[in-house]
Design a protein around this ligand. Structure first.
Ligand SMILES: [Zn+2]
Ligand SMILES: [Zn+2]
Length: 258
């Protein structure tokens, strides 16, 4: 049985990743409107109605924009941390919410989900490891630095979706107000290209057949710079650079199939 993965879109304008097997189909984060989510899923031949659950990382709007309309219209459960739901100010009794916590694994159909904590400026931010049919996929975005725990959790990933948010120099001279720049650069903000490159150079186990770089800033980064930084890290390690793929805000990634 195969596992399919597609980052439908990633960045501060909306995040959503599709993960599916022949029996179980979920979305990780729901940062687009229902219409846009349906359009992007249709482009990889997945009907919106076949999605069985939403798994939410944290309550920032680029991750939850479509949650209420999707659960309301599809009648599907939303797996979310209690504090994140509180912060969303949605009536929890209206929809089928399932509470999740870092360190407590759960199962959706054929997919085992292992949430873990990441350092980010939301209330209870999570990243995820998904295990299904012997295939391990990790979705790790929205973190200010990479703690040891994260390095351990992503080990053995066949598909690794990992943040490379900003180029430090571009961020410094870019359009954001200073307090936002400080937030992005802080230990509870986002990972720079350098931080992610350092991870791939020093800590990555080289196991993934697919590495998808995600949450790339459109204002404070450039695809060529991201690609170059991470390629250099791979080359220093002698790792195959063909595994690297950049995700985009505007269109879905290539559909990955195991
Ligand atoms: Zn985000
Ligand atoms: Zn965030």
């Amino acid at each position: 049985m195969s596992v399919e993965i597609c980052v439908l879109g990633s960045g501060s304008g909306g995040n959503c990743t599709y993960l599916g097997t022949s029996k179980t189909r979920v979305l990780v984060d729901a940062g687009f409107s229902m219409k846009e989510t349906a359009r992007r899923l249709a482009s990889i031949n997945i009907p919106l109605e076949s999605i069985q659950a939403l798994v939410i990382s944290h309550e920032h709007s680029d991750h939850i924009h479509g949650v209420e309309t999707l659960t309301k219209n599809l009648g599907i459960p939303v797996y979310i941390a209690p504090a994140a739901l509180d912060a969303m100010r949605i009536d929890a009794t209206k929809y089928p919410f399932e509470f999740i916590r870092a360190g407590t694994s759960f199962t959706i159909g054929e997919i085992e989900v292992h949430p873990f904590s990441i350092p980010h400026d939301s209330i209870e931010p999570l990243a995820f490891r998904f295990d299904t049919s012997g295939i391990r996929t990790c979705v790790v975005t929205d973190l200010g630095y990479i703690p040891e725990l994260v390095k351990q959790r992503v080990a053995g990933s066949h598909c690794l979706i990992f943040e490379a948010n900003h180029d430090l120099d571009m961020l410094k001279v870019g359009p954001y107000p200073w307090f936002v720049k400080q937030r992005v650069m802080s230990r509870h903000g986002h990972l720079s290209n350098d931080a992610t490159a350092r991870f791939f150079e020093e800590d990555y186990d080289g196991a993934a057949e697919h590495v998808l770089l995600a949450h790339i800033s459109q204002k404070n980064n450039h695809p060529d710079i991201v690609r170059m930084s991470i390629l250099q890290a791979f080359e220093k390690r002698g790792l195959p650079t063909r595994t690297i793929q950049l995700t985009s805000q505007s269109e879905p990634s290539r559909l990955i199939r195991f």
